[in-house]
Ligand binder design. Structure first.
Ligand code: XLS
Ligand code: NI
Ligand code: NI
Length: 441
């Protein structure tokens, strides 16, 4: 069901149907068929596609060289509350026309911050009431909420890791409000992206103390939210740099180590972002595999980077080969724990028609859907799984199995090498694996 406000913003565009790959209707899905069952689950439930409030309705395309280029019709009123309601109308119109079930937000995406915390909190309550009604009317849900503790200049030295306790308190207040907001909107998860939790220079930074502080605030946030009845999952979103030179949640492995060091691993999982993975010199599928191995593959932010540029360009996914490799990890891990696929992506600065955001999301959803279908076929109709299993067959029986079980001593292990024949040369067969992906795309 399409939900518009008093005015329709995306005029001339209706509900986006699934029409299949033969369709040349630019306003139709070619591969994303929400009800189609893939490995026992409808695509809709595999993905839980979510729209990022900040990119689609707030960001106007400003960059370091010039101001925004978008002229959003929901951004016209002089009254911040009216602007916020218009923005919510646009958001629910886009989400329901795309037929998605979820959105994600930062506190300050929903309504502009006021001069005082008290006034901001009042505004947040008001807009939450308005959005709650729209949620009820449409069935749209919140995948996750978060606090923007990085844009306001007060956070220039960090939020939870700020060397000034007063700023840490300010961050705590904002996180408390964002948790309240997420709870009141029935949010299924809550995200911490450590935007300025890191350093610009180690010379002026006590890293150990800052890490302790970050863990302290995360623990307090967890305890508060659990006390308020929040049963969802907390996610850490790793990113190696930008805006800081170095960010503490550098990559999946670093974040997992941090969570385990501070005893947070039961309540927290990871939100893996494609572009953050590549910024850390990893592939998307690497980060997914690391998270999955730790039982912490929680959610995905589906924005790719640019192969020639080194920053977080937040582009919509289009790379089938890359996403297919990711979907192989995804399916083998049994999907996401609590989260979904959030399009943390923005249209380019010179994409200035209101309809462009439809093309972007249609393309992104189709890329994931086509990759999921390809990965399903690879797992069920190719030699992929058998070939992988075969590589490790020497651990399935005899001494190999004893090694895995931990019943072999180092002396016994050495004896096997001394008494046996030298190891054979066994090909890794990478090219054959690579060809399987191409064959099934
Ligand atoms: C920035 C992050 C951010 C988080 C939410 O690079 O991706 O958008 O997802 O704060
Ligand atoms: Ni993100
Ligand atoms: Ni990002």
């Amino acid at each position: 069901m399409i939900l518009t406000g008093d005015q329709e913003f995306y005029k001339g565009i209706g509900a986006i149907p699934f029409e299949g790959k033969e369709s040349d209707n630019p306003f139709a899905f070619k591969y994303y068929n929400p009800e189609q069952v893939v490995m026992g689950k409808p695509m809709r439930d595999h993905f839980k596609f979510a729209i990022a409030y900040w990119h689609s309705f707030c960001g106007q395309g400003g960059d370091p060289f010039g101001p925004g280029t978008q002229q959003f019709p929901w951004n016209q009123s002089n009254d911040p509350m009216q602007r916020a309601r218009d923005k919510a109308d646009a958001a629910f119109e886009l989400i329901t026309k795309l037929g998605f079930d979820y959105f994600c937000f930062h506190d300050v995406d929903l309504v502009d911050e006021a001069d005082s915390l008290a006034e901001t909190e009042k505004r947040l309550h008001q807009i939450a009431d308005y959005i709650s009604q729209k949620k009820k009317a449409s069935g749209v849900k919140v995948l996750w909420g978060t606090a923007n503790c990085f844009s306001n200049p007060v956070f220039m030295n960090g939020a939870a890791t700020n060397p000034d306790f007063n700023v840490v308190a300010r961050a705590g207040a904002q996180i408390k409000m964002a948790l309240d907001l997420t709870l009141s909107l029935g949010g299924e998860n809550y995200v911490f992206w450590g935007g300025r939790e890191g350093y610009m220079s180690l010379l002026n930074t006590d890293m150990g103390r800052e890490l302790d502080h970050m863990a302290q605030l995360l623990s307090m946030a967890r305890d508060y939210a659990r006390g308020q009845g929040f049963t969802g999952t907390f996610f850490i979103e790793p990113k190696p740099m930008e805006p800081m030179k170095h960010q503490y949640d550098f990559d999946a492995a670093t974040a997992i180590g941090f969570l385990k060091t501070y005893g947070l691993e039961k309540d927290f999982k990871l939100n893996i972002e494609v572009n953050h993975a590549t910024l850390a010199q990893h592939s998307f599928e690497h980060e997914l595999a690391v998270a999955a191995h730790a039982g912490m593959l929680g959610s995905i932010d589906a924005n790719r980077g640019d192969n020639q540029n080194g920053w977080d360009t937040d582009q919509f996914p289009v790379n089938l080969y890359e996403v297919t490799e990711a979907m192989l990890v995804f399916l083998q891990a049994g999907g996401l724990q609590g989260g979904g696929i959030n399009f943390d992506a923005k249209i380019r600065r010179n994409s200035t028609d209101l309809e462009d955001v439809f093309h972007a999301h249609i393309g992104g959803a189709d890329t994931f859907a086509r990759a999921l279908l390809t990965a399903e076929k690879i797992l069920t109709h190719s030699s992929f799984s058998a070939l992988r299993k075969e590589r490790y067959a020497s651990f399935d029986t005899g001494s190999g199995a004893a090694f895995e079980k931990g019943t072999l001593s180092l002396e016994a292990l050495a004896e096997i090498a001394f008494n046996g024949n030298p190891p054979k040369r066994i090909s890794g067969k990478q090219e054959r694996f690579e060809n399987i992906i191409n064959q099934f795309i």
